[in-house]
Write a protein that binds this ligand. Structure first.
Ligand SMILES: Nc1nc2c(ncn2[C@@H]2O[C@H](COP(=O)(O)OP(=O)(O)OP(=O)(O)O)[C@@H](O)[C@H]2O)c(=O)[nH]1
Ligand SMILES: [Mg+2]
Length: 285
């Protein structure tokens, strides 16, 4: 108990001040959250048959933690999202439509990687995403793959008008997963260029896409960067689910830290005794 009290006094007010300064610094460096990036409800999925997250709202524990401002470091972290898929499927256009609200009809291959920062406010808590746009061209793949590590979400993109690009998504996922933790990363399978196919053709292709998404345990979306259809909805959903996962991880970490502290104190006491006894006996040998 004495050890616990002394640890508390070291990490108490002084540490609180350091943390407050650190947070104030981060807030001053990061751009403010735009009014149109505020999320107060969990956005709906694209298709109930192709998502692992079927709940209608945010997790109750997450909502309470946000209300009580118990989200720990979530508001100061930047979550990494990587975007992978064949060349020219529309990865850059998708990101540019959301982040800059622009669309370029001319193809300019991404060389290596590029990234965009997006700031949100979810349930009153600031939340930042770093969107890593990777190159689909084979010759840049080895550069791009060095940026795969540490992703909290992976967006695997294919072109709705090109069946081969859907089949290649399995390989893209496999490569991205080599560098990431399959138990914690969120997956999204996104079909682009929805504006280029007829509703009948789309319905036909969708069945295949949903099958692949289910196999991958990914959430499926169909979007158009040209018209903007579903682009904002998709990124809001991704930001919300990533935020929710972060808060849940933070809550788990803080509760296990509390349990861990108690165990550590009793362990330390008994270990000290055991160690000194052992030393004594060694000494006498
Ligand atoms: N009609 C239509 N064209 C699109 C859409 N999205 C992308 N394109 C076009 O598809 C081509 C490739 O788009 P990019 O976004 O550069 O493709 P990418 O996946 O980033 O390609 P890499 O960087 O080489 O991997 C461009 O000519 C875009 O204008 C879309 O939603 N609709
Ligand atoms: Mg690109």
């Amino acid at each position: 108990m004495a050890a616990y009290r002394s640890a508390e006094s070291v990490t108490g007010p002084a540490a609180g001040l350091v943390e407050a300064r650190r947070r104030a610094f981060i807030m001053s460096v990061l751009p403010p959250v735009r009014k149109d990036r505020v999320i107060s409800q969990l956005p709906k999925c694209f298709s109930k048959g192709a998502t692992l997250h079927t709940e209608d709202g945010f997790n109750a524990k997450v909502k309470t933690a946000c209300q009580e401002q118990r989200t720990g470091t979530v508001g100061f972290k930047i979550s990494k999202v990587i975007v992978v898929g064949d060349l020219a499927v529309g990865k850059t256009c998708l990101i540019n439509r959301f982040c800059k609200d622009v669309f370029d009809k001319n193809y300019k291959a991404t060389i290596g990687v590029d990234f965009e920062m997006e700031r949100f406010e979810v349930l009153g808590v600031p939340f930042s995403l770093q969107l890593w746009d990777t190159a689909g061209q084979e010759r840049f793949k080895c550069i791009a793959s060095t940026y795969y590590r540490g992703a909290q979400a992976i967006i695997i993109v294919f072109d709705l008008t090109d069946v081969a690009s859907l089949h290649h998504t399995r390989q893209w996922l496999e490569d991205a997963m080599k560098e990431n933790d399959p138990t914690s990363v969120l997956l999204f399978l996104v079909g682009t260029k929805k504006d280029l196919i007829s509703p009948a053709q789309y319905s036909f292709n969708e069945q295949d896409a949903i099958k692949v998404a289910q196999e991958m345990k990914a959430e499926y979306w169909a979007v158009s960067a040209l018209s903007g259809e579903n682009v904002r909805e998709f990124f809001f959903r991704l930001a919300s689910l990533t935020f929710e996962a972060n808060v849940l991880a933070e809550l788990e970490k803080s509760s296990s830290r509390r349990i861990g502290d108690v165990i550590k104190i009793s362990n330390t006491t008994s270990n000290l005794y055991a160690t000194s006894k052992k030393k004594q006996s060694n000494c006498c040998q």
